[in-house]
Design a protein around this ligand. Sequence first.
Ligand code: MTE
Ligand code: MO
Length: 228
Amino acid sequence: MADDRDDDGVEMLGSVKAKLIETKQKWAAQGRLMTSAAAGTGKAKLPPGQHEVKDWPVLDLGVQPDIPHEQFRLRVGGLVENPIVWDWETFMAQPQVSDISDMHCVTAWSRYDNHWQGVTVGHLLSVVRPKPEARFVILTSYDQYTTNLPLSEFAAPDALLVHSWEGKPLTRVHGGPVRALIPQLYLWKSAKWLKKIEFAAEDRRGFWEARGYHNHGDPWLQQRYDED
Ligand SMILES: Nc1nc2c(c(=O)[nH]1)N[C@H]1C(S)=C(S)[C@@H](COP(=O)(O)O)O[C@H]1N2
Ligand SMILES: [Mo]
């Protein structure tokens, strides 16, 4: 579907991995990779049931949107005082930070000490000003992926909208030009190819959350899958 273009005019490369989605959904149903390992000391770097990797695996639905900077738009709306649409220049003109954090994927790999650059969610919140009724956030991506999280998690100090990793622009396969990075939750909450952030009063399950993954996704509590 290399020629398919969605409503943003963004080119989609690849085809949706229906089989893979089906398999992961089945694993969720079976509780695969759940372990009874004791929750660590609180200082441990490795959450229960995880192992460290040195490379950075690529996981997605099989479609990797190609978003030139001039086509990039980030829309932030819903229950906010000041909805915004940032183009690439406006996004890059926001205060920039560098931060170091770990990634924990539900498929059991963790990668330590990633160097990120981007805009803090805290800064975004200060610009859009969520209304008091806003308690949840729904992230939508250029590949139509969605994921949901409580505003309290989205507002974590390490939560970022990142454009660079290890000093280089985030590659397309890892979600460039801009992805969310919510390091205290499993990585499926960190939407790649971010295009929309919606603040809501009610929670709404995203792509994996609707397919058996845990609604919250705290790696330290091993919230991999929903209990049924
Ligand atoms: N837009 C989008 N974001 C996504 C996904 C996706 O399919 N599409 N997959 C999620 C999942 S399940 C994981 S584990 C991580 C993988 O990020 P990585 O490929 O950079 O390792 O991205 C998350 N964000
Ligand atoms: Mo994942």
